[in-house]
Design a protein around this ligand. Structure first.
Ligand code: URP
Ligand code: ZN
Ligand code: ZN
Length: 475
């Protein structure tokens, strides 16, 4: 087939053995018993990495309906061979305690998986646990929710302490950037005005609330001198903050969601509560001008990764907010559809090259979170996580045919062109032309080493700018 990586495309064979890529070249000699997949006319690319999912997340009084098996299986059906999910401790819950809970739930996974760990509160034990997670468990990223007041929101004190500790440990910090106080006050005000339906959800989370938090996180990271990754960037305003920081030489990365690129805020005006509530997620879907800006962010390289924030709640769960939009569990699905939606609306439209597609669906995540070239590449010695992509295949996306464990699909009825014909995960053929062969528990936990490349650059700058005491003589 035609190999496509983030750097180049070329015709070659790929030989995998024991879960690794062993050889790449033209007309390779392979052992007689090797299974051959003829990928003529197709593209052979690194498996997708979704850096933002929430399988079976306990959240807003319920638990996300997708578990680690169904979710990773759905990912494989869509060409995604690795997810990075989130451990989210309750306030006062120990980080290691929460981490062990998530690790036990994730035993069911059938693809590669890893965890960002959220810092939702602060004391000495959190400081210690962050060290254990980095040094012993291969966690190299800590997440901060700047929203969800009275639940998991991290205030500036928590942000300062956690960013400072992460710097010592060589871990990247990530943030859900929305001003939680502002959102909370707007929610109260809208409810008082009698606006109780899902149409009030985007009004309670205006673009400025995202831009303010993005800027605050960026400025804290700048002062502390740590690389920052902003999750689910949904507005032009937040993107502008990232772009400005990057042009100033700061190491700031931005992720955007397939949903935010392709769905606009008109969904909240739908007369059917179930439909509108199914789209309640945070940050909310935005107006079309923001979508255009996000595409440009990907094209310019100011946004580097794409994700889904896959967090499934069914109609019955969303009904908790029937009379009060603030009680609708926040979250939408997409782990199965990200790759094909990005190909259809990115590559097929000419917005992205195929190489850029590989970069934003896989390679850049692997680089930022320090698992490249083991993941996100097709190189000798890399893990054999490969998707064989049929650019001519089409389908109509539907909740009736998807593998995701949710009764709704935000991309329902959309025709896509460009789909995986085969998904290979750690050398195993787990999806073949509609036949999903995933096995519970066959997935692999991926440790991610500390000190991604961005750190060494920052450390050099910090050393040059070390504060000096002023010598005032002895007078
Ligand atoms: O609405 C969302 N995004 N739910 C999941 C939690 C989060 O904020 O990422
Ligand atoms: Zn979030
Ligand atoms: Zn999320």
């Amino acid at each position: 087939g035609t190999l496509i990586t983030a750097e180049q495309s070329w015709q070659a064979d790929v030989y995998c053995e024991n879960g690794l890529i062993k050889a790449i070249g033209k007309d390779l000699d392979v052992p007689a018993q090797a299974e051959i997949i003829d990928a003529t006319g197709q593209f052979v690319m690194p498996g997708g990495i979704d850096p933002h999912t929430h399988m079976q997340l306990p959240f807003m009084g319920t638990v996300a309906s997708e578990d680690f098996f169904t979710g990773t299986a759905a990912g494989l059906a869509g060409g995604t061979t690795m997810i990075i999910d989130f451990v989210i401790p309750n306030p006062q819950q120990g980080l290691m305690d929460a981490y062990k809970m998530w690790r036990s739930w994730s035993q069911k996974s059938c693809s590669n998986y890893s965890f960002h760990v959220a810092v939702t509160w602060w004391d000495e034990t959190v400081y210690q646990d962050m060290g254990t997670l980095v040094k012993e468990e291969g966690v190299n990223s800590f997440k901060h929710f700047m929203a969800y007041k009275n639940a998991i929101m991290a205030d500036d004190e928590v942000l300062y302490n956690s960013f400072s500790r992460a710097l010592e440990l060589g871990a990247i910090v990530t943030a859900h950037a929305e001003n939680g106080e502002l959102v909370y006050q707007l929610q109260r005000k809208l409810l008082e005005m009698g606006l109780t339906g899902p149409e009030a959800h985007p009004l309670s989370r205006p673009p400025a609330a995202e831009a303010e938090a993005a800027n605050r996180a960026i400025k804290l990271a700048e002062v502390i001198g740590i690389p920052l990754y902003l999750v689910h960037v949904s507005t032009k305003d937040a993107l502008d903050e990232i772009t400005r920081a990057r042009s100033n030489g700061q190491r700031v990365y931005g992720e955007c969601l397939a949903g935010h690129l392709l769905i606009d805020d008109s969904v909240y005006q739908h007369p059917d509560f179930e439909f509108a509530a199914a789209h309640v997620m945070s940050p909310p879907f935005r107006s079309k001008e923001h979508q255009q800006a996000l595409w440009k962010g990907l094209q310019s390289g100011n946004l580097q990764t794409t994700a889904t924030d896959h967090c499934c709640f069914c109609a019955e769960q969303k009904a908790a907010g029937k009379d009060n939009f603030t009680l609708i569990p926040n979250g939408t699905a997409g782990v199965e559809d990200r790759m094909t939606m990005l190909w259809t609306h990115g590559v097929n439209t000419g917005r992205l090259t195929a190489e850029e597609f590989v970069a934003i669906t896989s390679t850049n995540t692997a680089k930022i979170f320090n698992i490249y070239p083991r993941k996100g590449s097709i190189q000798i010695g890399a893990d054999a996580d490969i998707v064989i992509w049929d650019p001519e295949a089409t389908k109509v996306i539907s909740k009736n045919t998807h593998h995701q464990n949710i009764d709704f699909n935000i991309f329902e009825g959309r025709t896509v062109k460009g789909l995986p014909s085969h998904t290979i995960c750690n050398g195993k053929l787990l999806y073949v032309d509609g036949d999903l062969r995933a096995e519970t528990g066959s997935g692999t936990y991926i440790k991610r080493p500390a000190f991604p490349a961005a750190f060494s650059a920052l450390q050099k700058i910090a050393n040059q700018n070390k504060p000096q005491t002023v010598d005032r003589g002895k007078k």
